[in-house]
Design a protein around this ligand. Structure first.
Ligand SMILES: Cc1cc2nc3c(=O)[nH]c(=O)nc-3n(C[C@H](O)[C@H](O)[C@H](O)COP(=O)(O)OP(=O)(O)OC[C@H]3O[C@@H](n4cnc5c(N)ncnc54)[C@H](O)[C@@H]3O)c2cc1C
Length: 497
């Protein structure tokens, strides 16, 4: 067979996944990455013994990663070692008011029972439904390319869609089972990963609670970037040629056929098929001639983006007390902060935040006796991003962090780097400086998401967190698989998938 040359743009999870799946199908694959290292939003950087994961820190849905490597006859353990965290994470409601979420289900139920009588039994019922949603959702629905409603038009699947509470909000769903505000916040937390609040996320996504409570929170030893390292090793084993510092400036299209990419350097690379794993808006509005764009600027402006974030990477010259590996600071009301993200975009007055201290689990990510800390404040996309605002918010959350955990932190900082909107734009061409792509609201689910294929150019595809199935590491891995399958099908390439 005439070997097809596929050019993949971007070495994030989705780009690496699609490239490796396509190489497995005997395509010649060239992967082009603008930055000097792989991983996109999941890159890492190092500073004098500190190793910082730049983006994702929660490893959920271990079966999705296992499935990924199994496609190639491999196992996760061939590439990195996983630890199950226990407690999974801590939720901090205020001073001396903290829940450590046990990994063990029976202990977790006992904890809920102490907060609300009957909540343990209710959790069983809640999880029974959530498990069903997870099984159908993650092993079937998310793997649909969502190019046509017909994909969902089987009686069994339609019944599933109804059973899976697609039309009810997560917020209402949780309140059917639990009354305590504390438990409700706990149960609503996982959907924040999907880029909206529980009021606007379909109850289908209680599957995230199943992932959280039943499947657990894991951590790859030496950091999340180990997943990227493993994926790059596998991609190269399969023959993918990866080029760094290779920014694509244009996808050249002639008579409705994508012919080649032109790099910033001027070099041109011919292609039979192009898969764009860079931010969808950037590709659609900046890399292709406007006549071939899938969507208008108005369309993009109306999308509900998942939040951007203000991040801090900190090196601390002592061991910290009263902090776990993952710490969610819910010591302020979520409502006003959510309004400041979604309804009236502005810097929030009293932000909620997340602190990760991976060196509590893993001594390799900080020098001996020191701590590696990552702070994250979710923010509306496209806010004014200045050094003054970053500093102001650093001190707002540090005041609370130091008070609640009862220790001085600021005077022990030996390394500090901030990261926000302007960096997301510069490093990833992120539309409005988004961190996590598009929110998984009902009107942005499945066929209502930006399509994974260009409507006018038969050999141009999109993958990643702005198309199906959505934001997050597991969905991005699946997105790469789904798009590779479509390429193979549409272009009559070999059919091993
Ligand atoms: C701070 C943060 C925390 C997160 N936490 C979690 C978490 O805990 N758990 C979880 O599951 N998910 C988390 N996520 C989400 C998850 O990281 C993303 O959904 C996922 O990494 C997106 O992968 P992607 O391949 O779609 O995009 P990206 O990682 O953005 O990859 C796109 C790539 O394209 C490259 N590119 C862009 N333009 C060009 C061009 N013109 N030419 C060549 N290359 C180009 C970019 O440099 C980039 O490498 C987090 C994200 C962030 C930002």
């Amino acid at each position: 067979m005439n070997q097809k040359h596929v050019v993949v743009i971007g070495s994030g999870f989705a780009g690496l996944s699609s490239a490796t799946h396509l190489a497995e199908q005997s395509c010649k694959v060239t992967l082009l990455e603008k930055n000097e290292t792989p991983g996109g939003r999941a890159r890492k950087f190092e500073y004098q013994g500190f190793v910082f994961d730049m983006g994702p820190s929660w490893y959920w849905m271990p079966d999705v990663f296992e499935d990924y490597f199994a496609h190639f006859g491999k196992k996760v353990s061939d590439y990195y070692d996983l630890i199950r965290l226990d407690p999974s994470y801590a939720v901090i409601y205020g001073e001396n008011d903290q829940l450590d979420i046990p990994a063990d289900l029976e202990e977790f139920k006992k904890m809920l029972e102490e907060i609300e009588t009957g909540a343990g039994g209710q959790l069983d019922k809640f999880l029974e439904q959530a498990k069903y949603k997870y099984q159908v959702g993650i092993h079937d629905l998310v793997k649909k390319p969502s190019r046509s409603l017909m994909e969902f038009a089987s009686p069994g699947l339609l019944l599933d869609v109804i059973k899976m509470d697609v039309f009810q909000s997560m917020s209402k769903h949780v309140r059917k089972f639990f009354k305590s505000e504390k438990i409700i916040r706990l149960m609503e937390f996982p959907v924040l990963f999907l880029g909206e609040t529980a009021e606007n996320i379909p109850a289908l996504y209680s599957l995230m609670n199943y992932a959280d409570i039943a499947l657990g929170t894991w951590y790859p030893k030496k950091g999340m970037h180990e997943i990227i390292r493993g994926m790059v090793e596998l991609a190269e084993d399969k023959g993918v040629s990866i080029r760094y510092n290779a920014e694509v400036e244009e996808i050249e299209i002639e008579n409705g056929v994508a012919k080649r990419v032109r790099l910033l350097s001027g070099e041109k690379i011919e292609a039979d098929v192009i898969v764009a794993g860079a931010d969808y808006h950037h590709v659609d509005k900046h890399l292709v001639n406007p006549q071939y764009s899938n969507y208008s600027e108005e369309y993009w402006d109306k999308r509900v983006l998942a939040p951007s974030s203000l991040l801090f990477y900190l090196g601390i010259d002592k061991k910290l007390q009263n902090l776990r590996h993952h710490n969610l600071f819910f010591d302020e009301d979520l409502g006003p902060h959510a309004d400041a993200i979604y309804r009236n975009p502005e810097w929030p007055e009293k932000p909620l935040f997340y602190a990760s201290v991976p060196s509590q689990t893993d001594p390799t990510v900080a020098p001996e006796g020191m701590e590696n800390m990552f702070l994250l404040i979710p923010l509306a996309p496209d806010l004014e991003d200045s050094e003054e605002m970053r500093e102001k918010y650093f001190h707002i959350i540090m005041d609370r962090l130091e008070k609640i955990t009862g220790q001085e932190i600021r005077s022990h900082i030996v390394f500090k780097r901030s990261y926000a909107h302007a960096d997301f734009k510069k490093d990833y061409h992120a539309y409005k400086g988004n961190a996590y792509g598009l929110a998984n609201t009902l009107t942005q689910t499945a066929i209502l998401k930006p399509s994974l294929k260009n409507k006018k150019v038969n050999n141009l595809y999109y993958t990643g967190q702005l198309t199906v199935p959505g934001p997050g590491v597991p969905p991005s891995l699946i997105s790469g698989y789904v798009v590779a399958k479509e390429v193979i099908k549409d272009h009559n390439l070999s059919q091993k998938m």
